[in-house]
Design a binder for this molecule. Structure first.
Ligand SMILES: CC(C)(COP(=O)(O)OP(=O)(O)OC[C@H]1O[C@@H](n2cnc3c(N)ncnc32)[C@H](O)[C@@H]1OP(=O)(O)O)[C@@H](O)C(=O)NCCC(=O)NCCS
Length: 170
């Protein structure tokens, strides 16, 4: 069963994010707090959207959150349309190969269809060959010639100068 994350799912999703970081060999990388995640998902406007997966309980709700997918909209000047960037996808190890990952991506594809999004994109580590096999199984393919580049916070500050109003948006 798949449904949008609610306030009550924040701690469970945060635990899954930490699980993903450990899987991706950066166990100490998650600085995000429960408050950060709450603001991101339920702020106005939200910075990200999240689906959770799990088996249904008798009440028709997710009994136990075992996986999640987080995403945000993108825009392409080539297509002139919005798209979707998949930030994170994770299923707890003991619940893998039960279809949760495929269901999460299928629901994202449905959201893309409803919203008229033309691309659903993400980044995968080169060594993560199980994920490559999973993504190929749903019809995805790697983009050739494109590499993700990044200015980290230090590089941004070196380029832009010190931040004066940390929280202001201009
Ligand atoms: C990738 C991941 C989300 C897949 O979730 P899942 O719930 O196990 O996937 P599903 O059960 O829906 O698998 C669907 C199909 O994908 C393929 N697949 C999934 N995992 C696979 C694996 N480890 N090796 C080969 N094929 C795989 C299979 O074709 C599978 O169908 P089948 O089980 O009927 O053979 C999950 O393995 C995971 O959380 N991995 C660790 C985190 C990660 O790599 N996230 C992606 C970061 S970009």
């Amino acid at each position: 069963m798949i449904r949008p994350a609610r306030h009550g799912d924040v701690e469970a999703v945060l635990a899954l994010v930490r699980g993903l970081a450990a899987y991706e060999r950066e166990p100490d990388a998650v600085a995000m707090t429960a408050d950060d995640l709450t603001m991101a998902l339920f702020g106005d406007p939200p910075a990200a959207h999240c689906l959770v997966a799990g088996s249904p309980n008798p009440a028709g709700d997710v009994a136990d959150v075992v996986g999640f997918a987080m995403w945000h909209p993108t825009f392409s000047t080539w297509t002139g349309k919005s798209g979707m960037y998949l930030i994170d996808l994770f299923v707890r190890p003991e619940h893998r190969r039960a279809g949760h990952g495929r269901e999460l991506l299928t629901e994202l594809a449905r959201i893309c269809g409803r919203r008229g999004y033309l691309r659903l994109e993400w980044a995968v580590l080169d060594w993560n060959t199980p994920a490559h096999a999973f993504y190929r199984s749903v019809g995805a393919a790697p983009t050739s010639e494109w590499t993700t580049w990044r200015l980290d916070a230090r590089a941004i500050d070196t380029l832009a100068g010190p931040r004066s109003h940390h929280d202001s948006v201009t």
